[in-house]
Design a protein. Structure first.
Length: 260
């Protein structure tokens, strides 16, 4: 094997061999490390490439093994595609295309399961009746939660582009609350007549909106209607075998399936 070479890719260091970097002579790396293209050095004398350092591990491993190995929960296909296009390793380009077709097929058949819960909560708040006069008031508030699971990560991203939390006077996509690519939990409240806007923020109460329709979701009926509309536009249909009809009509469980 040739002498080891240390690369600085976007601030992340990798050590490999010259034979690995030039294993595909027609690629960008092949040209850089065969002397056909100039290379830059960092302050330590390492070859510097101003590209994404984290993604480069998949590029380098392909050079070593000729296999594109990605973790099951890999979520950066778009970034990987751009990096692969930069390095112009033709077998890697073909391997990525095959991987994307494989993932696309896996996404076509999907299941969506939503479990709903609702409770009534008493909220206490102050009302300003005059510059120096406040009164204590209380009202019942509907509190909703939806536990959403889907085998399609893309569908949850689609849902995130349609549903937004309203909090502290701002709308924010529920996508920012998506920590697990297959699972999402939503918690929100219905608007309460007479409750000052600042009280929602003070008591950490989020409301839920449908964008771009600019519609507030104040009941499970509206939530179910909107989710069904989004899901069916994405090819889902109601699973006739589950759940029990009474559970579905009582807005306890929604289960949909998609076959393509």
């Amino acid at each position: 094997m040739s002498e080891p070479i240390t690369l600085n890719v976007g601030g992340k260091l990798y050590t490999t061999s010259l034979s690995t970097l030039t294993s595909f002579p027609d690629s960008m790396l092949g040209a850089m490390f065969s002397g056909k293209m100039p290379t830059k050095k960092d302050s330590q004398g390492n070859c510097f490439i101003d590209r994404d350092g984290k993604i480069f591990r998949y590029i380098l491993n392909f050079l070593r093994t000729s296999h594109l190995d990605l973790p099951e929960d890999f979520q950066e296909m778009g970034l990987l595609r751009r990096e692969v296009d930069f390095y112009q390793i033709q077998p890697l380009i073909e391997a990525l295309q095959e991987k994307e077709v494989e993932l696309s097929k896996a996404e076509k058949n999907a299941m969506l399961n939503i479990t709903l819960d609702q409770k009534t909560q008493t909220v206490h708040f102050t009302v300003r009746e005059a510059p120096q006069i406040y009164s204590l008031s209380s009202s019942n508030m509907e509190v909703f939660s939806a536990n959403i699971f889907s085998t399609s990560c893309l569908f949850l991203k689609l849902l995130g582009s349609k549903l937004y939390y309203c909090f502290n006077g701002n709308l924010s996509s529920i996508s920012s609350y998506l920590q697990d690519p297959n699972h999402l939990t939503l918690d929100w409240v219905a608007s309460v007549e007479g409750l000052p806007e600042e009280e929602y923020t003070r008591q950490n109460l989020k409301r839920l909106w449908v964008v771009p329709d600019n519609k507030q979701i104040n009941s499970f009926r509206v939530f179910v209607e909107e989710v069904l509309k989004i899901a069916m536009s994405d090819g889902f249909c109601i699973d006739s075998s589950h759940p029990h009809t009474s559970d579905f009509t009582n807005n306890k469980i929604i289960r949909l399936i998609r076959y393509k």
